[in-house]
Design a protein around this ligand. Structure first.
Ligand code: 5GP
Length: 167
């Protein structure tokens, strides 16, 4: 396993984003809406560095067969609390083609949150198929398949404290 972004770099970048969010949402209650399962470590590291009242919500999605052509996303586990009128930040591990977030943003906006932003630990801009604005990005990376810090290969490696790749 080769290390792409080490633990110290991840932690310090997350702290920077946390400070930015704290400033932008001063004194407000927030909902961190994590996309299962890969967002968990990022969501937690971000949340524990922010003093606001943060509520956690989770949604689990997967791609239908043939997503490359249709871009259809299926919801496996939906939200359990209403997000209407709330300030919501979607927390995601990585933005690749942008299909998941484009679908989710539209789906969540139907529920009329007060505001909706997106935080992603990683982004692969060269892979983008759908234009999606990401408000907080940890790191832009090249087109490599990465694992660790929530990201898996066949459900493995999610608990690595760094982001790595397999040659
Ligand atoms: P998108 O809809 O943006 O194409 O895909 C987002 C999802 O694809 C991510 O949540 C993640 O599950 C998966 N994904 C994209 N690139 C990678 C990668 O390099 N490594 C891993 N483990 N998953 C990835």
């Amino acid at each position: 396993m080769d290390v792409l972004i080490n633990e110290a770099k991840i932690q310090s970048r997350i702290k920077e984003i946390a400070r930015q969010i704290e400033k932008e949402y001063e004194g407000k209650q927030l909902v961190f809406l994590g996309i299962l399962k890969g967002s968990l470590p990022f969501l937690w590291e971000l949340a524990k560095n922010i003093k606001n009242d943060i509520r956690f919500e989770f949604i689990e999605v997967s791609s239908y067969e043939g997503t490359e052509s249709t871009g259809k996303i299926k919801i496996n586990k939906d939200l359990t609390e209403s997000i209407t009128g709330k300030d919501v930040i979607i927390v995601e591990d990585i933005v690749d083609t942008g299909r998941t977030l484009t679908f989710l943003k539209e789906y969540l906006l139907e529920r009329k949150p007060n505001s909706l932003k997106i935080a992603a630990l990683l982004s692969k801009p060269s892979r983008r198929v759908m234009e999606i604005g990401v408000d907080y990005i940890g790191f832009q990376i090249e087109d490599k398949f990465v694992v660790g810090f929530g990201l898996d290969y066949d459900q493995k490696y999610r608990n690595l404290p760094y982001v790595g790749y397999i040659e």
